[in-house]
Design a binder for this molecule. Structure first.
Ligand code: PNS
Length: 156
């Protein structure tokens, strides 16, 4: 049986923590689609095409990873493609409540189950929000994002 999963997120921007979860998920699946989605609770810094382009560039070395973008309900995107598994990263207990709520809602709404991968401890304090804040104040983000992302944020 071939297993395909979706890895949804805002990816504003993609970080080394995201990439770690994507790589470890992809290593254990036949196919993983990274889906650049919209989180209605967040105002993105990068527009959708730019987030998609950066995710594509940063995952180009992973042969069983595809990238797509969608502005709508995750379960609609999944159901339209026959995908019933989502892969998400869990950093800390603080992530758990919201992630469990989304997982249960996605299971209820569209039969999409969620598989959580715990982040490696080295990335447990990393977030796109902190990366953007550090970059805005001119700080060094090179330990936290791929070079192409660091350059893009520095250009802004
Ligand atoms: O990287 P994020 O911001 O934590 O990702 C959250 C995201 C984009 C995966 C979530 O907001 C989402 O699934 N958005 C799509 C709209 C949707 O399906 N909302 C209902 C979730 S139960």
């Amino acid at each position: 049986m071939s297993i395909t999963a979706v890895c949804p997120g805002s990816f504003d921007p993609i970080t080394n923590g995201h990439l770690d979860v994507i790589e470890r998920g992809a290593n254990r699946l036949d196919r993983l689609v990274v889906l650049c989605s919209r989180n209605p609770g967040k105002q993105p810094m990068l527009d959708a095409p730019e987030r998609l382009e950066l995710v594509e560039t940063c995952t180009a070395h992973l042969p069983n990873v595809e990238v797509a973008s969608f502005d709508g309900l995750l379960v609609e995107w999944c159901n339209a493609r026959g995908i019933d598994l989502a892969v998400k990263g869990l950093r800390a207990v603080s992530d758990f409540e919201a992630e469990m709520q989304m997982a249960q809602m996605n299971a209820h709404l569209g039969g999409v189950e969620t598989l959580f991968i715990t982040t490696r401890p080295v990335y447990s304090y990393l977030s796109s929000s902190l990366v953007k804040e550090i970059a805005r104040f001119g700080g060094d983000i090179s330990d936290f994002v791929p070079p192409v992302v660091a350059r893009r944020l520095a250009d802004r």
